[in-house]
Design a binder for this molecule. Structure first.
Ligand code: 13P
Length: 250
C-alpha cells in the first residue's frame, strides 16, 4: 500500500505567531484524519523551530520549502539541508514551480539540492508540472518527463524510495482552476510509468504521487479517488486548519 500524504505548503505566508497558532489548530484536529494519512506542514524557514516544538508529540511532520545547493560556507541568505534536518525537518520541498520561475532553479541546481537533502537524511517532495502554453502545445508529458529524468534518474534505488513526487500544473497553482480528475490521473499514471520504467515496477508502484494546484475541500475527494493520486500538496487551503483537515479527510 502506498503512503497517502496531505502536505501544506504555506509559502511566504503567516507571521511566526500565526504559524504557531495554525500548527496548533492542525495538531488539535489530527485525530479526525483517517489512520494511514500522513500530514506534513511546510512553513517558512523562520517558523520551523517554533512549529517543530508544536508538532513534537504529534503525528504531523515538518517540511522545509527549499534548501541550499551547497553544504555550508559563504552563501549569504541560504539555508543548508543539514541545518533543516538538525532542527527536526523530516522533508523538504524541492523544485516548486515558483522556485523554478522566480529564482532560476534549473535541473542542474536541483540535482545538487537533491543530493544534499538526501545526504542530510531528509526526504524530498519533488515538484514537477507544465505551464499553460506547454499544455496547449501538447508538450506537457515531455516537460514532466524531462523534469523527472534530469533530477531523479541519477538517484540510487534506496534514494528514490525517499522521494515523493508532486504534480503541480503551473496553470492550476493559486488560480482557482484545478486540473480535472481525468487530466491529473493521466499525468500521475504517466509519472508512475516513467519511474517504473527506470527504477522498476516495484519502485514505481510504491511511490506516493501528490496532486497540487487549487486543491480544496470541494474538489479533493474527486481527485484523491483516482487510482494514481496519493494525496495532495496544498497551498492556499493549507492556511486554514479546517480546510486542510477537511482535505486530509477526503
Ligand atoms: P494552491 O493550492 O494555492 O493552488 O498552491 C498549490 C501549490 O503550489 C502547493 O505547493
Amino acid at each position: 500500500m502506498r503512503k497517502k500524504i496531505v502536505a501544506g505548503n504555506w509559502k511566504m505566508n503567516t507571521t511566526v505567531a500565526e504559524g504557531v497558532e495554525l500548527a496548533k489548530a492542525i495538531v488539535a484536529k489530527v485525530n479526525e484524519v483517517p489512520a494511514g494519512v500522513t500530514l506534513i506542514v511546510a512553513p517558512p524557514f523562520t517558523h520551523l523551530t517554533s512549529v517543530a516544538e508544536v508538532l513534537k508529540d504529534s503525528a504531523v511532520m515538518l517540511s522545509a520549502q527549499n534548501c541550499a545547493d551547497q553544504p555550508k560556507g559563504a552563501y549569504t541568505g541560504e539555508v543548508a539541508a543539514s541545518m533543516l534536518k538538525g532542527i527536526g525537518c523530516a522533508y523538504t520541498i524541492l523544485g516548486h514551480s515558483e522556485r523554478r520561475e522566480y529564482y532560476g532553479e534549473n535541473s542542474e541546481k536541483l540535482e545538487k539540492k537533491m543530493a544534499l537533502a538526501l545526504e542530510s537524511g531528509l526526504r524530498v517532495i519533488y515538484c514537477v508540472g507544465e505551464k499553460l502554453n506547454e499544455r496547449e502545445e501538447g508538450k506537457h508529458f515531455d516537460v514532466v518527463s524531462e523534469q523527472i529524468s534530469s533530477v531523479l534518474f541519477g538517484l540510487t534505488r534506496a534514494e528514490i524510495k525517499r522521494i515523493v513526487v508532486a504534480y503541480e500544473p503551473v496553470w492550476a497553482i493559486g488560480t482557482g482552476v484545478t486540473a480535472t480528475a481525468e487530466q491529473a490521473q493521466e499525468m500521475h499514471a504517466f509519472i508512475r510509468q516513467t519511474i517504473s520504467a527506470h527504477f522498476g515496477e516495484e519502485t514505481g508502484e510504491a511511490m506516493s504521487i501528490l496532486y497540487g494546484g487549487s486543491c480544496k475541500p470541494s474538489n479533493a475527494q474527486e481527485l484523491f479517488a483516482c487510482p494514481d493520486i496519493d494525496g495532495g500538496l496544498i497551498g492556499g487551503a493549507s492556511l486554514k486548519a479546517d480546510d486542510f483537515i477537511a482535505i486530509a479527510k477526503s
